[in-house]
Design a protein. Structure first.
Length: 312
């Protein structure tokens, strides 16, 4: 739990921040759409209004924009800028369930995906503005589900399929991409897609929440470091094909997160590909650096071809 709070500190607190707006708005004429027709289920109180802040310290030459106290979850749909492949990806930023790194692990991922002909659905999910503490089940190897955030992911997956014809999306090519805490949510939705976490609210909730493919990037919370998988991510033969990336010098979540999850996928005969790099640390996103880990998006594209999501 503490590791993700460290991430938020690395991105913001250590170098100071400046508030730039009360609420984040996507650029380029894109509109946020609420994912719930009314109040979100299991809504929790937060200490203040939703706030957008920009870090004073630069990461790969650019600041990081963070959102906190999110209670009104939304999705922002980015249409492909290249030939539409029919694929869609729900992008889940990280930030320790305390913030959302909305550009580093959100809009920048969408720019990459749309340039490859993939519809991007950026999810602004609920974060309480305090360290992760969702109804903690503190038995060994059994961190609790992030219920409100996972409700938002389930709902968004169903909405993408419900609007597939309108958005020119193939309902069999809907995946998820998440970073850090968002990577944990990728694992959660990959293994809990049939778990009923909220009462249906409309026709969209008749759709499947199962991803067709999953990309957890430097995920956390999958193990306590003792080689055992978090019991709340029950990998099975129904878990979708998965692409993992992590750095060996990730001292926030630790490379064992990906190792343990990959091992569970292999035991369940789930097609999986894992890339481990010597250097990269944590929270590198897609920003180019001198480290070879920068090339992971190209490897992800090759993998998407391998599993039949993309075609030449």
């Amino acid at each position: 739990m503490k590791s993700w709070v460290v991430v938020a500190g690395l991105l913001l607190a250590s170098a100071g921040v400046q508030a730039t707006a009360a609420v984040w708005q996507p650029a380029g004429g894109h509109a946020q759409v609420p994912i719930w027709p009314g109040v979100a289920p299991d809504l929790q109180a937060v200490p203040a209004a939703e706030t957008m802040k920009v870090s004073a310290r630069l990461l790969a030459g650019k600041p990081v924009t963070a959102l906190s106290n999110v209670t009104r979850p939304t999705m922002t749909v980015y249409a492909p800028t290249a030939r539409n492949t029919g694929a869609a990806v729900v992008v889940i930023p990280g930030g320790g369930f305390e913030i959302l790194a909305i550009d580093l692990e959100g809009t920048e991922a969408c720019h990459w995906l749309t340039s490859r002909g993939i519809t991007c659905v950026l999810l602004k999910y609920r974060v309480p503005g305090a360290p992760y503490d969702w109804k903690c089940d503190c038995r060994p190897h059994n961190f609790a589900l992030s219920v409100p955030s996972l409700q938002d992911v389930q709902r968004t997956m169903r909405l993408v399929r419900f609007h597939a014809a309108q958005w020119h999306v193939d309902t069999h090519k809907v995946g998820v991409l998440g970073f850090s805490a968002g990577g944990f949510l990728v694992a959660e939705i990959s293994t809990n897609f049939d778990r009923h976490l909220y009462a249906p609210v409309d026709a969209a909730d008749k759709e499947s929440a199962r991803p067709d493919f999953a990309m957890p990037i430097y995920p956390g919370h999958l193990t306590r470091g003792d080689g055992r998988l978090n019991a709340n991510v029950p990998v099975s033969g129904k878990t979708p094909p998965t692409f993992l990336v992590q750095a060996e010098d990730d001292y926030v979540d630790g490379v064992e997160q990906s190792l343990v999850y990959y091992t569970a996928l292999a035991k369940a005969h789930v097609p999986a590909e894992m890339h481990l790099y010597a250097h990269g640390g944590h929270a590198f996103g897609l920003r180019p650096t001198a480290n070879p880990i920068t090339s992971w998006p190209r490897l992800a594209e090759a993998w998407l071809h391998t599993i039949g999501i993309l075609h030449d």
